[in-house]
Write a protein that binds this ligand. Structure first.
Ligand SMILES: Nc1ncnc2c1ncn2[C@@H]1O[C@H](COP(=O)(O)OP(=O)(O)O)[C@@H](O)[C@H]1O
Ligand SMILES: [Mg+2]
Length: 203
């Protein structure tokens, strides 16, 4: 009898695991196949973006909680503009309306004169990047971190990108320059002013 107990126990245990696996797989499949509320607008405008961004009387709330109210401004192509405000004032939210992570509740967001809802989502998103506030550095060289996602980038292109982000001087300040490993880069202390790292968004 005892010889049967162990195999029986193992069988039941395994069966439970399979059940668990099935339940998880079902849940994952649900997420993958879930339709988003945003229309991808496959037929929409698909063209190279020049870079004009217009907010025209934009209002936005998260679940009835107002965040942006009647915001209007124009950013011309190539122009750098700063949106300044305290934490929680809606700066990140504002950027999310440009590539349609969310849609405005009122007013319009235009890219090159076209309402973002009339752009093909694919065309819009493939041409707009957001750099998040909290830098995440891989434990590789600075050069490899800059080239992340573009492993074919030449040293010249990497340096050009760093110059555009005003990081070149800072990087060249290290003995190893672009070959410095990110672990050796001083991080600003949380909350404090820290070192003047250009790798940190000035908030
Ligand atoms: N996904 C979300 N769902 C609900 N509320 C959010 C979400 N994201 C941000 N918020 C809220 O919206 C407000 C603006 O946030 P955010 O745009 O991140 O501000 P900032 O970038 O200026 O710090 C905050 O009160 C924040 O808690
Ligand atoms: Mg933010």
């Amino acid at each position: 009898m005892a010889t049967l107990r162990f195999p029986t126990f193992i069988s039941i245990f395994t069966f439970n695991l399979v059940q668990l696996g099935l339940a998880s797989a079902r849940r994952i499949l649900e997420l993958i196949t879930a339709e988003t509320e945003l229309d991808e607008n496959v037929q929409g405008v698909a063209q190279p973006i020049r870079g004009e961004v217009v907010f025209d009387d934009v209002t936005f709330s998260y679940n009835g909680q107002p965040v942006l109210k009647e915001i209007s401004f124009t950013a011309r192509p190539g122009e750098t503009i700063a949106i300044v405000g305290q934490t929680g004032s809606g700066k990140s939210t504002l950027t999310r309306l440009i590539n349609r992570i969310f849609d405005a509740d009122g007013g319009r967001v235009l890219v090159d004169g076209v309402d973002v809802r009339d752009w093909s989502m694919e065309s819009l998103r493939s041409q707009i990047s957001t750099i998040e506030q909290d830098p995440f550095l891989f434990s590789k060289t600075l050069s490899e971190n800059i080239a992340f996602g573009r492993s074919d980038a030449s040293p010249g292109q990497i340096r050009e990108a760093a110059r555009a982000a005003q990081a070149d001087d800072f990087i060249m300040g290290f003995q190893g320059g672009y070959a410095t490993r990110s672990a050796n880069v001083a991080r600003p202390s949380p909350g404090g002013n820290g070192s003047a790292s250009p790798l940190r968004e000035r908030s």
